[in-house]
Write a protein that binds this ligand. Structure first.
Ligand SMILES: Nc1ncnc2c1ncn2[C@@H]1O[C@H](COP(=O)(O)OP(=O)(O)O)[C@@H](O)[C@H]1O
Ligand SMILES: [Mg+2]
Length: 321
């Protein structure tokens, strides 16, 4: 007779040993986000200034697969820049786990951090002036990170990247001879210069008009598609979040919602918004929902066959009070 946990050894069936059971248990539960390219697990970042504490990230969970292009949206002050600064290796979280392309961001030495920032991630700032050196041409700006990494700064590689992003014609221009959108596309080429695994952009189109924004976003999409680089873009731009497969909403330092876009059977694009359920079962109810039913502090939950009901904490008719 076969019990579910029985082990076949030769022809005889025997009960498993303790170490075999331990091994099975280990296999059955892969670690959270084990295969993700970017993993944030219960990430916390507290800023302390003059005795005041600001909790910018309050236990944020996020998983991003290799080669994904995602948008991050959220109100001002919700923690988007804090998250990107952590992922870029500029800032160190207070607690939690953050891992990018196999690198544990909380356990890096200073030397690891330099290497990480040089080889693993590329960053694009909102302020065009912060991305490029004003006295260098576009081509020289793109070659600079290769030189700083002690590599041979190949002109062809720089020109290929500028070409890919649609600004090949700007190679010999300095930043003040380019439009804001052209500068941001050159900035993407700079970020890609050392072939990073991930590019991070913090409101890269925030200072641009809609036509320039569209070109910058098209360039980010092309980099993602053609080079396979994972791309995380913080944006206010509704247009941007319409062009990605997944938009992650951040509220009060936590991921609160995800919008997924996919093609329906008929070929039209459908967007579906989900609330994020974290590993310990927490979710954020949208504020307009809770306001509409005056839900505060406490709600009543009921398990139904195929959903969970959420009711305001009010005396119910028939409760006998
Ligand atoms: N260096 C800092 N010192 C103190 N508080 C900060 C600092 N940076 C950000 N904060 C605070 O952390 C919160 C999140 O900020 P931020 O990540 O910049 O939000 P977002 O980019 O979504 O607008 C805000 O309340 C902000 O005031
Ligand atoms: Mg910000």
């Amino acid at each position: 007779m076969n019990t579910p946990n029985a082990v076949r050894s030769g022809d005889a069936t025997r009960n498993p040993t303790l170490s075999e059971l331990e091994e099975q248990a280990g296999k059955a539960q892969p670690a959270f986000g084990e295969h993700a390219h970017i993993l944030c697990d219960n990430l916390v970042r507290i800023y302390k200034t003059e005795g005041v504490e600001v909790v910018a990230l309050q236990g944020l969970d996020l998983l991003i697969e290799k080669g994904e292009l995602i948008a991050i949206v959220g109100a001002s002050g919700s923690g988007k820049s804090t998250l990107l600064n952590v992922l870029s290796g500029l800032d160190v979280p207070t607690a939690g786990l953050a891992r990018v392309a196999g690198t544990d961001l909380l356990a890096m030495t200073g030397k690891d951090r330099l290497r990480y920032r040089r080889d693993v991630v590329g960053f694009i700032w909102q302020q065009t002036a912060r991305n490029l050196l004003p006295y260098l041409t576009a081509r020289e700006n793109v070659r600079l990170p290769m030189r700083l990494a002690g590599k041979r700064a190949r002109t062809e590689h720089a020109d290929e990247l500028l070409e890919l992003l649609g600004v090949g014609y700007c190679a010999d221009r300095k930043p003040d001879q380019m439009s804001g959108g052209e500068q941001q596309r050159v900035a993407i080429a700079v970020a890609l210069s050392n072939s990073p695994e991930v590019i991070l952009a913090d409101e890269p189109t925030g200072e641009l008009d809609s036509e320039n924004s569209e070109q910058v976003f098209a360039a980010l999409r092309r980099a993602n598609r053609e080079l396979g680089v994972t791309a995380v873009i913080v944006t206010h731009d509704a247009l941007v979040s319409e062009q990605v497969d997944r938009t992650v909403g951040i509220r009060d330092g936590r991921t609160s919602s995800e919008t997924l876009r996919r093609a329906s059977a008929g070929g039209e694009i459908i967007a579906e918004e989900y609330a994020v359920l974290d590993r310990v079962g927490r979710l954020q109810l949208p504020r307009d929902f809770t306001n509409a039913l005056a839900m505060e502090r406490r709600v009543r939950l009921e398990l139904e066959r195929d959903h969970i009901g959420v009711w305001p904490d009010k005396p119910q008719p028939g409760d006998g009070e």
